[in-house]
Design a protein around this ligand. Structure first.
Ligand SMILES: [Fe+2]
Ligand SMILES: [Fe+2]
Length: 189
């Protein structure tokens, strides 16, 4: 066997023996701290950071619900019925996002923060009281684009530290991209 083939074989072997082995100590540790439920001792030092990120996303979703509700009920003009309906659909989808984030925060042993006086300070996107349809559409598009950017960054930050949270964030990101796309169509078509 030549040395190149030897090295390749050795690399494959160490991959099999080293990198793809389960961590037995972490498996054993999962027998302890049963009160933590889904969070095992090897979860890593990221729990507080991830809960904080999720809580800020929760605040953003709740502010988005309020903004879309305001717009749904105050939209008027020729194109208003269709657009007002779209605002309501988005409001309900943002509320569903908020629910999923809150449930995950609790699963991670955290406290979901619904305190009204802290919401706008922690939200990434703004509340809006634009009086006209164009202003509403623009404010919502800006908020959705901020949400898209926020979730994309969170997906990267969470990475493989917590695959379940990452999948949740990816799901929500896909919805926010659809929202932004729909609003851009309404605003510019
Ligand atoms: Fe959302
Ligand atoms: Fe959205």
């Amino acid at each position: 066997m030549n040395s190149q083939a030897d090295r390749t074989l050795h690399a494959l072997k160490s991959q099999r023996e080293g990198r793809l082995e389960l961590d037995q100590r972490a498996l054993d540790a999962a027998r302890e701290q049963l009160g933590d439920g889904a969070v095992t001792p090897a979860y890593g030092p990221w729990r507080d950071d991830i809960v904080r990120l999720l809580n800020d996303a929760l605040a953003t979703e709740l502010v988005c619900v309020l903004r879309y509700k305001r717009h749904h009920f105050t939209a008027h003009g020729l194109a208003a019925p269709r657009i007002a309906e779209e605002f309501l659909v988005h409001a309900n989808e943002e509320a569903a996002h908020a629910d999923r984030l809150a449930a995950r925060i609790v699963q991670l042993g955290g406290e979901p923060d619904f305190a009204p006086d802290r919401l706008s300070a922690r939200s990434h996107a703004d509340y809006d009281e634009s009086p006209d349809l164009k202003g509403m559409l623009r404010a919502n598009l800006v908020a959705e684009r901020i949400a898209v950017e926020g979730y994309r960054q969170m997906v990267r930050l969470v990475g493989d530290k917590d695959p379940t949270t990452r999948r949740l964030l990816e799901d929500i990101l896909r919805d926010e991209e659809e929202h932004a796309d729909e609003l851009a169509d309404l605003l510019f078509d």
